[in-house]
Structure formats: structure tokens, C-alpha cells
Design a protein around this ligand. Structure first.
Ligand code: 5GP
Length: 205
């Protein structure tokens, strides 16, 4: 069976805390876009550490993208296998923040839990850039919207997806770089005590 890494809620909290100052150093996000479902909890925790005294909380928008499907006969109910295409299950609801035009000239932080093949992140960045570019053209503005990425884990492997070089060089933050292992996040656990025991057992080894 493939190696599994068990990550606890406290691990996630501390990873967000650790990376927040690096994000703030040269990118003060105006908006976070959490890729669901794995990006939701990290985005919310990260927001607490990105909060600046005297400034309002950074709004979090959710998008739903799905690449992985449970394999009926994989022999391991927890491990999922990659699909081939990204399915959009939810997209930005900008009506709460005005309209898409409000993203023009802003800094947007995209949050997901893991960068595996990079297919999902590539899709998210491309589609968000497309929407923003449309809004920019409509406004006749020359203001650029900047994107940054935060993930808890980046798997060090051959990627299928590609990201703009500017993001890779300056605005890509992974709290941990790991091998090609399966990571079990706490929000997926059906028995959180057992999950935490597994995490502690791995630490004790
Ligand atoms: P990518 O598009 O980078 O291949 O995959 C991104 C999505 O695949 C993640 O958002 C996550 O839902 C799922 N995924 C990939 N690897 C893992 C893993 O090791 N553990 C879990 N829980 N999900 C994963």
C-alpha cells in the first residue's frame, strides 16, 4: 500500500502561521480564492494570520474544482485516483463584492491544500485570468491583477500543469514539499482520534 502522511489540524494551523509572513512580505492580498473542498480550511486559518490591524478581514471566495474521483476497485477507500479533466462545480460569486470588475488591479491569493499534478491550479489560474482580463477590457483599464498561490503541500514530481513564470518565481508558497505520497488531511477523517493517533505514531517512528 502507498505511504500515507497524516496531517493534523494543529499541523495545518502551524503551516498557515509559518507561511503568512512570507505572503505578506511582498503580496498583501485583497481577496482569497479557496479551491474547494481542500482549500477552505487552510484559507480560513490563513486569513487570521494575514489580518492587518486596522484593516478589514480579507474576503474569501470559493470555487469548486474536481479532478479526482474515487476508484471503485482501488482496494483502498481513502486513496483517490486522478481523473483527466477538471470539472467546475462552483465559480466566483462576485455579486457580493460588486462585480468581476472589482478584481481589476487587485491581488488575489489562490488557496488549495495540495499541488499534486498541478492540473487544478493551472486551470484555476487560467480561468481566473480570463475572467479578469474580460473585465479589464470592458473597463478599458490598464491595471493588472496579480495572482499568488498558497498550498499546504507541494508534491515534488513531474507536473502536468504549468503556472505563469512570475507566479512560480515570486508568488508561489508551499508550506511543505513532499514526495509523491498520499496525504490524509484531518477534514477528510471519519475518525479524527484514529487519524491523530496515526499522525502521532508516524512522528514517534
Ligand atoms: P492536482 O490537480 O494538483 O493533481 O490535484 C489537486 C487536487 O487533487 C487537490 O486539490 C486534492 O483534492 C487532490 N489530491 C491530490 N493529491 C492528494 C493527496 O495526497 N491527498 C489528498 N487528500 N488529496 C489529494
Amino acid at each position: 500500500m502507498a505511504v500515507k502522511i497524516y496531517v493534523t489540524y494543529n499541523d495545518v494551523h502551524k503551516m498557515c502561521q509559518e507561511v503568512a509572513p512570507k505572503i505578506l512580505a511582498d503580496f498583501q492580498p485583497n481577496l482569497m480564492v479557496a479551491i474547494g473542498g481542500g482549500g477552505y480550511v487552510p484559507a480560513r486559518i490563513l486569513r487570521s494570520f494575514l489580518k492587518q490591524p486596522g484593516s478589514p478581514n480579507i474576503p474569501i471566495q470559493a470555487i469548486g474544482l474536481s479532478l479526482y474521483e474515487k476508484l471503485a476497485n482501488s482496494g483502498d477507500a481513502d486513496v483517490e485516483a486522478p481523473g483527466t479533466k477538471v470539472t467546475r462545480t462552483q465559480w466566483l460569486d462576485m455579486s457580493a463584492l460588486g462585480e468581476m470588475e472589482n478584481l481589476v488591479g487587485k491581488r488575489v491569493l489562490i488557496v488549495d491544500e495540495v499541488d499534486d499534478t498541478r492540473t487544478t491550479l493551472e486551470y484555476a489560474v487560467k480561468e481566473l485570468q480570463k475572467d479578469v482580463e474580460e473585465a479589464r477590457a470592458k473597463l478599458g483599464s490598464d491595471k493588472k491583477t496579480e495572482f499568488a498561490i498558497f498550498v499546504l503541500h507541494n508534491k515534488d514530481k513531474q507536473k502536468k500543469g504549468a503556472l505563469p513564470q512570475d507566479i512560480v518565481d515570486h508568488h508561489y508558497h508551499a508550506a511543505r514539499t513532499v514526495g509523491d505520497e498520499w496525504i490524509c488531511y484531518p477534514w477528510e477523517a471519519l475518525d479524527i482520534e484514529e487519524h491523530d493517533r496515526n499522525a502521532a505514531a508516524a512522528l514517534a517512528k
